[in-house]
Design a protein around this ligand. Structure first.
Ligand SMILES: Cc1cc2nc3c(=O)[nH]c(=O)nc-3n(C[C@H](O)[C@H](O)[C@H](O)COP(=O)(O)OP(=O)(O)OC[C@H]3O[C@@H](n4cnc5c(N)ncnc54)[C@H](O)[C@@H]3O)c2cc1C
Ligand code: SF4
Length: 330
C-alpha cells in the first residue's frame, strides 16, 4: 500500500481548500470503501482528508416537510432517525439492508453515494477493466457477470452501482448538495450519476474537487407508505442482486401516486419512470403491477448469465406493490 498523509478538517471551506491544493488528496468518510480500495491498489491517494468532524452530521426536517441529511451522518444514525422512519420508511429499510452494524456505524451518507462498484475485475488490478483503466477492456462481458447489469449498460462496462441507500434516494427525487472552491451547488440525483456510455470511469456529474455536504429530500406524502426489498445471495452482509424501492398511494382502488426505483441492475440507481407512468391512474392490482414491470423491463438487455434478473425484478415489483396496496387500503 502506498504511503499516505492524513489530515482532519473541521470546516467545509478548509476541506475544499486542502483538496483543491493537492491533486493526490481524497476525502475520507468512514473509509469502509476507500481504504479497502487502497489496500487492493485500486486507489492510491497521497493524502486523506478526514471529513467526519465537519459540522455536517445533522438530520433536519425542512420548512416544507422534507428532510435535509448532512453528508457525514452515519448510515446507522440515518436508519435510526425517527423522522426518516416516519416520513421515508423505505430509506431506513434500504440503509439497514446494507453491510453490517459495524460498517453502518462508520459509513457516511457522502461515502455511500460515492462507493465504487463491487465488480471483481474492477478490484483486481491484475485484470483489465475500462472503469479502472480506460480503454483496457471489459472482461466481465464474456466472463463473470451473473450479478451485473441488465439495464442501461454499454459495451464498455456492465457493472452495477452497489448502494442500497441511493436507490431509495432516486425514488424520492433527492437533491445532492456540494461545495467546491468556486462555491456551493446542487445536483438532482437523476443527474448525479452519469450514464455509463463509453466512459465508465466517469461516474458522477460532481465537479472536480467537490465535497458532498448533504442530501435534501423534498416532501413526499406518498413516501409514508413505502418499502425497500432487496434480494441477495446470503440473508445478511451481502450486496443485492436485485432490489426495489417503492411507494404507493391508492384511492378507491386506483393508483393516485407511485414511486419505483430498481437497484443492482444498472450502473446507477434506476428510476422506473415508464412503470410509474403506466401505473398512475390505473387499477392497483397484481395484473397492473406485472404489466408495469414488463413495460419497464422491456429495455433490459441481459447477458448470457444474468437473464434471471429480469424475472427476479418482475416478481419483486409485483410483490412489493401488492404489499403496499394492502397496507395503503388498511
Ligand atoms: C463487507 C461490506 C459489505 C457492504 N455491503 C453493502 C450493502 O449491502 N449495501 C450497500 O449499499 N453498501 C454496502 N457496503 C458499502 C458501504 O455502504 C460503503 O462502503 C459505505 O457506505 C461508504 O461510506 P464511507 O463513509 O465509509 O465512504 P469512504 O470509504 O470513506 O469513501 C468512499 C468514497 O467517497 C468519497 N467521499 C466520502 N465522503 C465524501 C464527501 N463528503 N464528499 C465527497 N467525497 C466523499 C471518498 O473520497 C471515496 O472516494 C458494504 C461494504 C463492505 C465493506
Ligand atoms: S463491468 Fe465495468 S467494472 Fe467490471 S470489468 Fe467491465 S469495465 Fe470493469
Amino acid at each position: 500500500m502506498k504511503e499516505f498523509g492524513y489530515q482532519r478538517v473541521y470546516d467545509v471551506a478548509d476541506a475544499v481548500a486542502v483538496l483543491d491544493g493537492d491533486p493526490e488528496a481524497r476525502f475520507l468518510g468512514g473509509g469502509t470503501n476507500l481504504v479497502d480500495l487502497m489496500k487492493a491498489g485500486v486507489e492510491r491517494p497521497g493524502l486523506l482528508i478526514d471529513v467526519r468532524h465537519l459540522p455536517l452530521d445533522r438530520i433536519e426536517v425542512t420548512g416544507d416537510g422534507g428532510l435535509r441529511i448532512g453528508a457525514t451522518v452515519t448510515n446507522s444514525d440515518l436508519a435510526a432517525h425517527p423522522e426518516v422512519r416516519r416520513r421515508y420508511p423505505a430509506l431506513a429499510q434500504a440503509v439497514l439492508a446494507g453491510a453490517s452494524g459495524q460498517l453502518r456505524n462508520m459509513a457516511t451518507v457522502g461515502g455511500n453515494l460515492l462507493q465504487r462498484t463491487r465488480c471483481g475485475y474492477f478490484t483486481d488490478v491484475a485484470r483489465p477493466c475500462n472503469k479502472r483503466l480506460p480503454g483496457s477492456g471489459c472482461p466481465a462481458i464474456t466472463g463473470e457477470h451473473r450479478n451485473h447489469a441488465i439495464l442501461g449498460a454499454s459495451t464498455a462496462c456492465v457493472a452495477v452501482h452497489p448502494s442500497d441507500m441511493a436507490v431509495t434516494l432516486a425514488a424520492f427525487d433527492a437533491v445532492i448538495g456540494y461545495e467546491t472552491a468556486d462555491g456551493a451547488g446542487e445536483l438532482a440525483l437523476r443527474d448525479f450519476y452519469l450514464p455509463v456510455g463509453d466512459t465508465p470511469h466517469l461516474e458522477t456529474a460532481l465537479p472536480p474537487g467537490a465535497l458532498i455536504t448533504g442530501v435534501t429530500l423534498p416532501p413526499a406524502p406518498v413516501a409514508a407508505v413505502s418499502r425497500y426489498r432487496k434480494v441477495r445471495e446470503r440473508a445478511s452482509y451481502a450486496f443485492g442482486i436485485g432490489s426495489v424501492a417503492a411507494a404507493l398511494t391508492v384511492r378507491d382502488g386506483v393508483v393516485a401516486d407511485v414511486r419505483l426505483a430498481f437497484g443492482a441492475v444498472a450502473s446507477r440507481p434506476w428510476r422506473a419512470a415508464e412503470a410509474e407512468r403506466v401505473l398512475t391512474g390505473g387499477p392497483a392490482t397484481a395484473e397492473a403491477f406485472a404489466a408495469a414491470a414488463d413495460t419497464e423491463l422491456a429495455a433490459a438487455r441481459p447477458l448470457p448469465d444474468n437473464g434471471y434478473k429480469v424475472t427476479l425484478m418482475r416478481n419483486l415489483v409485483v410483490a412489493v406493490l401488492t404489499e403496499l396496496a394492502e397496507e395503503a387500503g388498511r
